[in-house]
Design a protein around this ligand. Structure first.
Ligand SMILES: Cc1ncc(COP(=O)(O)O)c(C=O)c1O
Length: 331
């Protein structure tokens, strides 16, 4: 008898009911003459301050807007990883006419010693990186920050994938000059729109003022952010734990020993494997399979399981076991 071909049904991440209600409230209140939308911005910025432990915050309308705001204050070359970063680093930098250099990495991970050598040779203004190389593996942010600090280079951590890290290794103002993030979908703080940056550098906030004013978020986004941010730690920890479970079972995973919110598997034929996986894994309202090489993940033939895209409630043992089984059968 033929073996039964099991399918997995998962749900894409959506903003929580509570943040949808907060956004609806704003949509209702907006017609009241005594309604001040600046209150929403203030509350959102205060909630980010608590999370990242920086003194200054600007909420903007997207993650790329946050990158553009920060980059607009830089007058000199910037450094980014050669893979595992975010494409917006290049796009926003090019738009502003900044010189962009890439540092060689170990499949996305920056070696602190190499960074030190690079910073001593050239006077970069900033290093832009994502907390997780390709959402796959944790950067040694603390060590990189120390080196940037010693060389008077700004470390800008794109923490879209790491907000709410309770270990405080990532997305923590103590070891990043600037933290920025997208709160669009699907992200750890999943409002569906918006972004922000935080810093203790008051000059940076002042110098970016015209841009941040132009890229203001809607009060609905701010209201959603203030509520959704409360779920950050739960969303982050559940996603990391889900990935840890999968990594224990699948030996060939890239960066198996590192924390991450996505899984990346080497593959000789990523297109074919992705096609087969998509046939067996149904994600209602979204998708979770991407193909490499690509700058935002890994510059090698591979298939990614974008665990960060999933509603954390479906990351239960049964689903994870079936996911592993399907991958083992397909790959
Ligand atoms: C790591 C990272 N940074 C920034 C962004 C850009 O965010 P937005 O789409 O809100 O501009 C994204 C979007 O996917 C991202 O993955």
């Amino acid at each position: 008898m033929d073996q039964e071909i099991k399918k997995l049904y998962l749900k894409a991440k959506r903003p929580s009911k509570e943040s949808a209600e907060a956004m609806s409230r704003v949509a209702r209140d907006i017609t009241n003459l005594d309604y001040d939308p600046r209150r929403e911005t203030q509350t959102a910025e205060d909630s980010v301050k608590k999370l990242t432990q920086h003194q200054h915050v600007r909420v903007v309308n997207s993650g790329n807007s946050a990158i553009l705001s920060v980059m607009s204050t830089l007058k000199g070359p910037i450094l980014i990883p050669d893979q595992g970063g975010w494409s917006g680093f290049c796009k926003m930098g090019n738009f502003l006419g900044l010189k962009i250099h890439k540092i060689t990495t170990g499949l996305g991970l920056i070696d602190p010693e190499l960074l030190n050598q690079k910073l001593q040779k050239t006077s970069f203004k900033a290093l832009f990186l994502t907390s997780f190389a390709g959402y796959i593996a944790e950067q040694p942010v603390k060590e990189l920050y120390q080196i940037c600090e010693e060389n008077r280079v700004l470390l800008v951590e794109d923490a879209s994938g790491s907000l709410g890290d309770t270990t405080k290794k990532l997305a923590c103002g103590k070891h990043a000059h600037v933290i920025l993030a997208s709160t669009g979908s699907p992200k750890i703080v999943n409002v569906g729109s918006g972004g922000f940056f935080s810093t203790n550098n008051q000059d940076l906030v002042k110098e970016s003022k015209e841009i941040t004013k132009t890229l203001k978020p809607s009060p609905l986004t701010c209201a959603g952010l203030s509520v959704e941010i409360k779920n950050a730690s739960h969303s982050f920890s559940s996603t990391v734990e889900g990935c840890e479970f999968i990594k224990k079972e699948l030996e060939s995973v890239f960066h198996r020993k590192k924390r991450g919110v996505n899984i990346c598997l080497p593959s000789c034929n990523p297109k074919k494997v992705a096609y087969k996986l998509r046939n067996r894994i149904n994600v209602v309202g979204g998708g979770m399979i991407t193909i490499c090489p690509r700058y935002e993940r890994i510059e090698q033939k591979a298939v990614c399981l974008e665990i960060k895209n999933l509603d954390v409630e479906c990351l239960n043992r049964d689903n994870l076991e079936l996911l592993v089984q399907i991958v083992q059968e397909v790959i």
